[in-house]
Design a protein around this ligand. Structure first.
Ligand code: PEP
Length: 250
């Protein structure tokens, strides 16, 4: 709210084929999307250019990498660099997704290093933070996201090209969505952190989006919350209902 453009990201993760990707793009192209929503689609790396080309000319819809390596080039087999994303005309990258943190053991510091490198390369970044179920049950949710954000803030001073995705790990891919109150509480704490750390004006313009089992049936209520500026959508971004989530504010 408060003048922040609503933002909906679709994280396809390691799903789909060339054919299914093309179909999803067709669904997005043929839908009537809210022009007040910024949409960013993150297909698997191998489909990025295909999806980018298929979406060319579609207003308000851009593409994103799901991850990137901070070095520009070199002997890093299997990695794609922030510089290569930039060179390929991919304007966004998701960093610090909980699957990167848990499955691939990426640390707060690595996420911060990647965020700095991506911004330096001219990309915009969706940086993901969020607590595990165990941490929530210990009342640690805010401490965890603040720790994760502080690591980034130690390396990044200008947050104008950063979107923060609050994604409680217990809600990702589980069908267990945070209630609007639970999500709003952490989003407000993130905005308070931003105000203390980055200043009031940066905090007011920072978009903080929610991720974790967002679907057509729960997006509207979440979208009414003061500090929820959009969504990062996993499973439902692979379905036609993604367009309803883009239109959550209509
Ligand atoms: C995600 O991958 O960022 C995510 C939120 O997944 P899902 O919507 O499936 O919970």
């Amino acid at each position: 709210m408060a003048g922040r453009k609503f933002f909906v990201g679709g994280n396809w993760k390691m799903n789909g084929t060339i054919e299914s990707g093309k179909k999803l793009v067709e669904t997005i192209k043929s839908a009537k999307l809210d022009s007040n929503t910024e949409v960013v689609i993150a297909p698997p790396a191998i489909h990025l250019l295909l999806v980018k080309d298929a979406l060319s000319g579609v207003e308000h819809v851009q593409v994103s990498g799901q991850n990137a390596y901070h070095k520009a080039s070199g002997a890093f087999t299997g990695e794609v660099s922030v510089t290569q994303l930039q060179d390929a005309g991919i304007p966004w990258v998701i960093l610090g997704h909980s699957e990167r943190r848990t499955v691939f053991k990426e640390t707060d510091d690595q996420t911060a290093e990647k965020t700095k490198a991506a911004l330096d390369a001219g990309l915009s970044v969706i940086v993901c933070v969020g607590e595990t179920l165990d941490e929530r049950e210990k009342n640690e949710s805010v401490n965890v996201v603040v720790r994760q954000l502080n690591a980034v803030a130690d390396q990044v001073k200008d947050w104008t090209k950063v979107v923060v995705a609050y994604e409680p790990v217990w809600a990702i891919g589980t069908g267990k969505v945070a209630t609007a109150e639970q999500a709003q509480e952490v989003h407000a704490a993130i905005r308070k952190w931003a105000s203390d750390k980055l200043g009031q004006s940066a905090a007011e313009s920072l978009r903080i989006i929610y991720g974790g089992s967002v679907a057509a049936k729960n997006c509207k209520e979440l979208a009414t919350q003061n500090d929820i500026d959009g969504f990062l959508v996993g499973g439902a971004s692979l379905k036609p209902e993604f367009t309803e989530i883009v239109n959550a504010r209509l």
